[in-house]
Design a protein around this ligand. Structure first.
Ligand code: NAD
Ligand code: DAU
Length: 339
């Protein structure tokens, strides 16, 4: 079996590559990644020269480059992680989100049609459902919840999902889609909440909490997401959407306090800053389908996962310090100074 993993030099894609090498050592893996600011070859160092693994630098929106890879590699399965993934960046500049997340997905779908594959899996997000109110804890996103996006990022991801469905319905392309909640774990780019707060706390810098920090996210350890995708590839029904989440809703402010407490840093570092535009209030996944049909359940409890994650960032300072030098400083300045 040969699996093409697009976006495999990013956070979840790299964790998926490590997961699949462990779980299916006989599979060949080809990672296709553009290496944007979020892609990092250092992450893949351990597998780079291993047999059964190959890396190709390419843009999923570059039709010629993608067709060349399909022609040469003839993958059986494609798992598409490649995306612009940060909501704040999409608010600043939506164009590249449409280019990669929508047009890039279309190029991959066309390549799958042209060269033939056993499965195309689209890694989507719970953000396509919009948000839920804080005063209705009884409500959850199911696969039937209407798409109702808030940010340019989520609009681009929802567009890609619709394209995937259209290619299934019109051309009978064997497509599956997973919509997962917020992931955390090793190798997450430090622009995202958890690694950003760990990095700032370690440097005794202010921790920028948007608004009052009452927004709720449903946190899942990244390895549990990887296991869910693997299961969908093995047993999932073609044409189907699977929501992935572990009923682990937490307010941002409580996450930030937990990180401070693990690191033994004072809560006086918390800095309430101007809220994100169009900020979604609450995400909460109903994972009944993937549990009932495929038997998936998350394995990592948040208490263990967050300890492991903070420990990982402490042990791998060089990995994230390399990233937060350079261009990231300009981004941080633009995003947070005077906020
Ligand atoms: P990430 O930003 O860490 O990584 C994205 C990767 O895609 C990077 O390696 C980047 O270089 C690559 N990439 C970007 N544009 C590309 C292009 N045009 N061609 C080829 N490669 C390109 O993202 P992540 O957090 O690992 O998210 C991966 C996927 O999972 C995304 O599709 C995202 O929407 C989805 N998702 C993320 C979360 C989360 O909590 N992080 C939750 C649910 C779904
Ligand atoms: O739900 C899945 C989504 O989760 C994925 O589709 C996205 O790719 C991923 O980035 C994530 O989106 P969020 O916007 O929820 O994640 P982020 O880490 O950016 O923010 C989490 C919450 O923390 C959100 O309510 C905004 C808040 N926040 C974030 C940052 C970066 C802060 O309060 N301060 C910050 O500095």
């Amino acid at each position: 079996m040969k699996v093409l993993v697009t976006g495999g030099a990013g956070f979840i894609g790299s964790n998926f590559i490590f997961y699949m090498r462990e779980k299916h050592p006989d599979y060949e893996l080809v990672c296709l990644d553009k290496l944007t600011y979020a892609g990092n070859l250092e992450t893949l160092e351990a597998v780079m020269d291993e047999p059964g693994f190959q890396f190709v630098r390419a843009d999923i929106a570059d039709r010629e480059a993608v067709y060349t890879v399909f022609e040469a590699e003839k993958p059986d399965i494609v798992v598409n992680f490649a995306a612009e993934s940060h909501v704040d960046r999409s608010i600043e500049n939506p164009s590249v989100f449409l280019e990669t997340n929508v047009m890039g997905t279309q190029v991959l779908l066309d390549a799958c049609r042209k060269y033939g594959i056993q499965r195309y899996h689209q890694v989507s997000t719970d953000e396509v459902y919009g948000d839920l109110p804080l005063d209705r804890p009884d409500l959850f996103f199911t696969e039937e919840t209407p798409l109702h996006t808030s940010s340019p990022y989520s609009a681009s991801k929802a567009s890609a999902d619709l394209l995937c469905h259209a290619y299934y319905r019109t051309y009978e392309l064997p497509v599956t889609i997973s919509r997962c909640s917020n992931n955390y774990g090793p190798y997450q780019f430090p622009e995202k909440l958890i690694p950003l707060m760990i990095a700032n706390a370690l440097a005794d810098k202010p921790l920028p909490v948007y608004g009052e920090g009452l927004n709720v996210r449903d946190w899942l350890y990244v390895e549990d997401h990887c296991a869910a995708i693997d299961l969908i590839l093995e047993k999932g029904q073609v044409g189907r959407v699977y929501n992935v989440g572990g009923h682990n809703e937490m307010r941002n402010i409580d996450i930030v306090r937990r990180i401070l407490s693990i690191l033994g840093k004072p809560e006086s570092l918390i800095d309430h800053v101007t809220d994100r535009k169009g900020h979604d209030m609450r995400y909460a996944i109903d994972p009944s389908r993937i549990h009932g049909e495929l038997g998936w359940l998350p394995e990592t409890r948040f208490d263990d996962g967050i300890q492991k994650t903070v420990g990982w960032y402490l042990e791998h300072c060089a990995w994230w310090k390399n990233i937060i030098n350079g261009d990231y400083q300009d981004y941080y300045e633009r995003m947070y100074s005077g906020r």
